[in-house]
Design a protein. Structure first.
Length: 386
């Protein structure tokens, strides 16, 4: 049966309202790395007028199988600490495998902390593997459990939507990947980075951990002042409980408003607010190329009806809109003017815009942008134009 599509007038009318070493325990490995598209382990140095800017080691992964393998390997190599933020952390399959590895690391004396959303990862701490991790000295803290939602209907709506893995406060993986076997074949992106940016992610983890009621084990990392605009990597985040820190939305909106030649966006769910929609429409009126990639079929068919309606409305205004067909694409990507890129947990929908706790990585390093654009070309070659 063909899915019902939302009438175009509904979408149009909404926005015409008033302006506004693969050594992980061998039994646990998921499989060989088969779609690690880019690997840039050695960095480069660019001479600037004031100082040398170092591109720290980084690596991109573009399938959940590879994302999970990389996370298992990174955690297995940790010697001091492992901190994880996750929206969906299943109690079986890949979730169980990771919990068992974390338990083994905790028994080795590694500090293990898991901050899991109270809704998306409901019951994780009480599961058999979760209880084993706790007995081994690890900690699992739910973010805004359902009991909080009952007591605070508004504040309890905030969901921890981040997908972060921090190891030894020297390595960071960030992107869109959850831990559930039903997502094994999904097309999703994670990036592993090193360098000063990791401390900013560690500071954000400590704040969110404390907000969720996690036990204080040490002082918040000293991320030294604001991040430099010249840094090779910058950490961006959304914290609805601290609105002044909602800078993913602001940064993306600013980049769209300032774009001169092109904008590419990939999102699994496309339900923009008026401000974001109008920014895209202004961009098209200026003659800037806008490309948008959505899943042909996501894991929420009702949302697809809305997302595709918005996509068609944008296509009528001149955007190039594609639907990715091989599998669910869950990656959240942005590339602007071929000179700035972002990988994040941030969907282009109302929840991420205003409710969810999100994070991401942005960079203007040429090799990183080239790697992202290469993957964009691959994705579009497997997509159909709206």
């Amino acid at each position: 049966m063909r899915a019902r599509t939302a009438p175009a007038a509904e979408v149009e009318g909404f926005f015409q309202a008033a302006p506004p070493r693969r050594t992980v325990a061998s039994k646990e490995i998921i499989g060989e790395f088969d779609s690690v598209i880019e690997h840039r382990p050695n960095g480069w140095a660019a001479q600037g007028s004031a100082s040398t800017v170092v591109d720290h080691p980084w690596e991109l992964f573009h399938s959940n199988k590879d994302n999970w393998n990389a996370i298992l390997e990174l955690c297995d190599a940790a010697r001091r600490s492992i901190s994880i933020e996750q929206y969906i952390f299943a109690k079986s399959g890949i979730g169980s495998r990771l919990l068992r590895l974390l338990t083994a690391k905790s028994r080795e004396g590694v500090q293990v902390r898991v901050l899991a959303d109270g809704f998306g990862s409901f019951g994780l701490a009480a599961s058999a593997d979760g209880a084993s991790l706790t007995r081994a000295g690890g900690e699992i803290v739910p973010y805004n459990s359902l009991s909080v939602l009952r007591r605070h209907p508004i504040g309890g709506l905030h969901r921890l939507h981040r997908k972060t893995v921090l190891c030894d406060e020297t390595q960071l993986m960030i992107g869109g990947t959850c831990f559930h076997d039903r997502m094994a074949d999904w097309r999703d992106t994670m990036v592993r980075v090193e360098g000063p940016v990791v401390q900013f992610a560690a500071s954000a983890f400590e704040r969110t951990w404390a907000y969720a009621g996690g036990r204080a084990t040490r002082q918040e990392p000293a991320a030294q002042g604001p991040q430099s605009p010249a840094a090779d990597w910058r950490y961006v985040l959304s914290e609805p409980v601290r609105p002044s820190r909602q800078n993913i939305y602001r940064e993306l909106l600013t980049r769209i408003n300032d774009a001169r030649t092109s904008v590419f966006l990939a999102t699994p769910y496309f339900v923009p607010d008026r401000t974001f929609w109008r920014a895209m429409c202004r961009l098209l009126r200026r003659g800037v190329e806008l490309r948008l990639l959505l899943p042909a079929r996501s894991d929420h068919s009702n949302v697809d009806i809305i997302s595709h309606a918005f996509g068609r409305a944008l296509a009528r205004r001149g955007a190039k809109v594609w639907l990715y067909e091989p599998a669910m694409i869950h990656a959240k990507l942005a590339v602007v003017d071929g000179a700035w890129g972002m990988i994040s947990s941030f969907n282009l929908d109302i929840l991420s815009f205003s409710v969810n706790v999100e994070n991401g990585i942005v960079s203007d390093r040429p090799a990183f942008i080239a790697a992202m654009e290469e993957q964009v070309d691959r994705d579009l070659s497997h997509s159909r134009r709206v």
